[in-house]
Design a protein around this ligand. Sequence first.
Ligand code: SAH
Length: 345
Amino acid sequence: MTDIKSMTRQEITEAMQSMGEPAFRGKQVFTWLHKGARSFEEMSNLSKSLRQKLAADYFVTSPQVARKQVSAQDGTVKYLWELGDGNCVETVLMRYHHGNTVCVSSQVGCRMGCAFCASTVGGKVRDLRPSEILDQVLFTQLDSGLPISNIVLMGIGEPMDNLDNVLRFLELVNHPDGLNIGMRHISLSTCGVLPGIRRLGDLGLQLTLSVSLHAPDSETRSKIMPVNRAYDVEDLFQECRRYFEKTGRRISFEYAMIDGVNDHDWQADLIAKKVKGMPAHVNLIPLNDVRESPLKPSRRIAAFQKRLESHGLTATVRRSLGGDIDASCGQLRRRAMEERKGEGL
Ligand code: SAH
């Protein structure tokens, strides 16, 4: 059985032609899938026999809402989706002035091991398929009734650790016969897997690259992000510079502020020194308290921001949305996993 929603428009068209169907059937099927059809049965402009033939060789992914939480404060919606094999991933819908944004997951769990992150606690279970990443956008839009204009790949998982599937997802979501979301409305966040940044840079896509920096010095970064031992922050800055030269796109650096660990003035000074001459934006994130972690939120966010700005850098503090729900970084999946354990499942 083949996952038809992970196929490109071209591939579906070729498959239809090899079944003796005219090429326009490819567009019909692709359009149905990208409108959120959950089975071939729903594709009413295809003959019954064609629908049956398709169902014999292909399947249509169709995630179910396992949990849904809506923030009373700001309308943020968090979904826990149950996938075909029973695994769950999270998607967050945020309502900004510039449009509705979904934050999608790229893997079930994560193997990067960042000390402050809830997504990595149970390790990586498996990669998501292109269809399963797309479904998060599709079904969040359908379930909420809110049109989605922006996507951030900042949910559970490391996109660069599943780059083939992520690239295919980008092609799908960008397609004019599908959701048609422009690359400039998409951000991809990485903890700093250098070969992935290089590959993305060579493709020259117009998406926004976010780099989870969290410390500008090797010693601190290696302590909180194991990936730094494989790809050192010095090389990361170099790779970012190359990425900018290739794409002309400003890079956004994510920086979760951790008490006494990465919130010293000298670290702000070092960031400024390292990104000198490259247009960069630093996004300071108030650390979300993760129960499993001894790391605590910094009380120096404003001072750190000032220090960065004194060097001429653009630094913003991320507004926290969904504070009254588990709207960040693998928290809802963690909670559901714990409760299932408690229920003896
Ligand atoms: N693996 C990718 C994308 C997912 S994480 C990456 O590392 O970039 C999305 C962002 O949330 C990353 O910047 C990550 O470092 C940050 N993050 C994870 N746990 C956090 C926490 N407890 N508080 C604040 N930000 C956190």
